[in-house]
Design a protein. Structure first.
Length: 623
């Protein structure tokens, strides 16, 4: 009976409690939901307050935070690791431990769509690192990557980086028997993710890594501060103990954009010590890549001997426009000379190649190209040799013919100017110097001319002399004539006869050629005749050059060059000028073949031959 009463009382109390609980449930849910909202707002508010309180830095940012960045613990900043959710980045670290803490941070405006924060974490008494973290608007981590690292226990490794608008460049540095740097590049994408795109070992990429590293140390630059893909070095055979270097220092960098300071250096190969240097900022050096892209920096292969004691070092910079329908490209040349412990710039960003035009993207369009080749004159101004400049100006018109096939028409002009030293720098002079043009002439052709034991292919009469080409008739069973040739010197050649048909000049033999035809060129008021004997088999492959003067008849060399169209022989497209006693052989063609007909011929956009000081020399703009 007593038990029944107890059960009844418990039942009544239970119902009463349940009724009261039911009445209070909606309010409890509201309180709980409110608490959740409050917590969420608190987390978001804590994150936003934390990053808003941090200092902001500009891009590009060189990140190399290390123990030397802090004098003592008073320099540490208290960072709310929970607000930044660092426990998600470092799940194995206990941030409640006083030896583990976030000690510094700053923000970067990489994109408006997310927050970018660099946080420095003290992992132990001997180890610290900084990490780039991208957060979404709610404070959730999108992605993160290590950007600097330092340890002082062994001092064997370090990480430094460059953070830009869309690119993260991380250098992982190791010290063992020698210094090694592995460079890792990441793309910082529009959605905040960070993706690895390239890795390279700088020790393997640069043959002279140690020398460059010593030079950078003396300049107080890290590798990561340079556009190291554009670092160039050159050892000249004339100066085997020194290296010429071009080092571009990044000033600004963004998506498809950068600006560079230029460090032009000469360093001792043994010590790595800088012996001469030149610096120019991005404000004046034109080392800027934007809509017009800076593609390449190159050191000229040859030096310019400006005087008996002074040589100039050449530096070329290439640019390319990114428009498809308005193509553009440009190449500049700068020259530097030693001056005390400095380098002095005596020719600044002189345009040696300029191309532009406009077309419809299909066929119709017009283009103009101007290419210059710079070479030494035998004459001096204020102690330095003048620089002669040969210009090839090409104009191209593309159009559709009646069959809707795309056709091209090309026209060419060859001009010459001169650069003179004014005591400080070289300046261009358009006139005031001697220049002669040597157009082609057509002397009287002779028929039925006979020459003992010589087979005549071509014969001409000029100024009372006879110029003939052909070959000595070989002896039976041989390819040469013993009395006049050898087994190594035989074949087609040029002969010069006087008015009595006596032999006054005979060239060497050039072998058995299908075609060896003389073409003649002279200038007004000149007693100089230039002969180019065109060589050919089924295709043309250059010509042999002879000069006839009153007291001299000689073979001066080979023009080992042709245009890009086999139908246009060299002798039809060559233009000869005499500029300040130098003979210049320029070729009117869009592209040229060097060593035509040989296995390893080379295609170039421009080249000339210069006869100067009794030497016929090829000149190009190829660095």
């Amino acid at each position: 009976m007593k038990t029944s009463y107890i059960v009844l009382i418990l039942f009544i109390l239970s119902c009463s409690s349940k009724t009261q609980e039911d009445k209070n449930t909606p309010g409890a849910i509201e309180v709980i939901d409110g608490a959740k909202d409050s917590l969420s707002e608190g987390v978001e508010k804590g994150f936003l307050e934390t990053i808003k309180s941090a200092k902001a830095k500009n891009l590009p940012q060189i990140e190399k935070t290390n123990f030397d960045s802090f004098f003592d613990e008073d320099d540490y900043t208290h960072i709310d690791f929970k607000a930044l959710k660092l426990d998600q980045v470092y799940p194995d670290l206990n941030f409640e431990n006083l030896n583990v803490r976030a000690i510094d941070m700053y923000t970067l405006l990489i994109r408006d769509d997310y927050h970018s924060v660099v946080v420095t974490v003290l992992k132990s008494d001997n180890e610290m690192e900084s990490i780039l973290i991208n957060y979404n608007a709610e404070g959730d981590i999108i992605d993160h990557e290590l950007v600097s690292y330092d340890e002082i226990a062994e001092g064997m490794s370090q990480v430094v980086s460059r953070i830009s608008e869309n690119l993260l460049t991380v250098n992982q540095i190791y010290w063992g028997d020698s210094k090694e740097i592995e460079q890792v590049e990441y793309e910082i994408r529009w959605d905040g993710t960070i993706e690895k795109v390239d890795t390279k070992n700088l020790n393997e990429f640069f043959e002279d890594f140690e020398l460059i590293d010593k030079v950078l140390t003396e300049l107080k630059l890290d590798w990561v501060q340079t556009k190291n893909s554009m670092i160039k070095t050159k050892v000249y055979p004339e100066n085997p103990n020194e290296t010429f270097l071009a080092i571009p220092e990044i000033v600004d960098e963004g998506e498809q954009y950068f600006e560079l300071n230029s460090h032009i250096i000469i360093a001792d190969n043994q010590t790595g010590k800088i012996t001469h240097q030149f610096f120019e900022s991005n404000q004046t050096n034109q080392w800027v890549s934007d809509a017009i892209e800076l593609r390449e920096i190159n050191i000229d292969t040859a030096q310019f001997q400006l005087s008996e004691k002074t040589k100039a070092y050449g530096l070329q910079v290439d640019y390319l426009g990114m428009s498809r329908v308005n193509p553009y490209s440009n190449k500049t040349l700068s020259l530097f000379i030693k001056s005390g412990d400095k380098l002095k710039k005596i020719l600044s960003n002189y345009s040696i190649k300029d191309f532009g035009g406009e077309w419809d993207g299909n066929c119709d369009g017009e283009f103009e190209s101007e290419e210059k080749i710079v070479f030494l004159s035998p004459n001096k101004t204020k102690g330095y040799f003048d620089l002669l400049v040969n210009k090839k100006i090409s104009e191209t018109r593309n159009y559709q013919d009646e069959d809707e096939e795309c056709q091209s028409e090309n026209s060419y002009q060859i001009k010459n100017t001169i650069l003179k030293f004014d005591g400080t720098k070289y300046i261009e002079v358009e006139d005031g110097f001697e220049s002669k043009s040597y157009p082609q002439i057509h002397p009287k052709k002779l028929e039925n001319l006979q020459q003992d034991n010589f087979h005549i292919d071509q014969a001409y009469e000029l100024n009372g002399q006879k110029i003939i080409t052909g070959n000595y008739i070989p002896e039976k069973g041989k390819h040469y004539t013993s009395s006049t040739e050898s087994q190594f010197e035989w074949g087609d050649r040029l002969l010069l006869l006087d008015s009595e048909n006596d032999l006054v000049f005979q060239s060497l033999g050039f072998g058995d050629l299908y075609h060896f035809e003389p073409h003649f060129y002279t200038a007004e008021a000149s007693n100089k005749i230039i002969i180019i004997c065109q060589k050919a088999f089924e295709y043309p492959f250059g010509g042999e050059v002879f000069i006839l003067e009153e007291n001299a008849k000689k073979h001066v060399g080979t023009l080992d060059i042709e245009g890009n169209e086999e139908k246009d022989f060299l002798t039809e497209i060559v233009e000869i000028h005499e500029v300040e006693s130098s003979l210049v052989f320029a070729i009117k063609s869009n592209y040229l073949m060097l060593k035509p007909g040989e296995e390893f011929s080379t295609k170039v956009s421009n080249a000339i031959y210069v006869y100067q000081g009794n030497q016929l020399v090829l000149k190009t703009n190829t660095p």
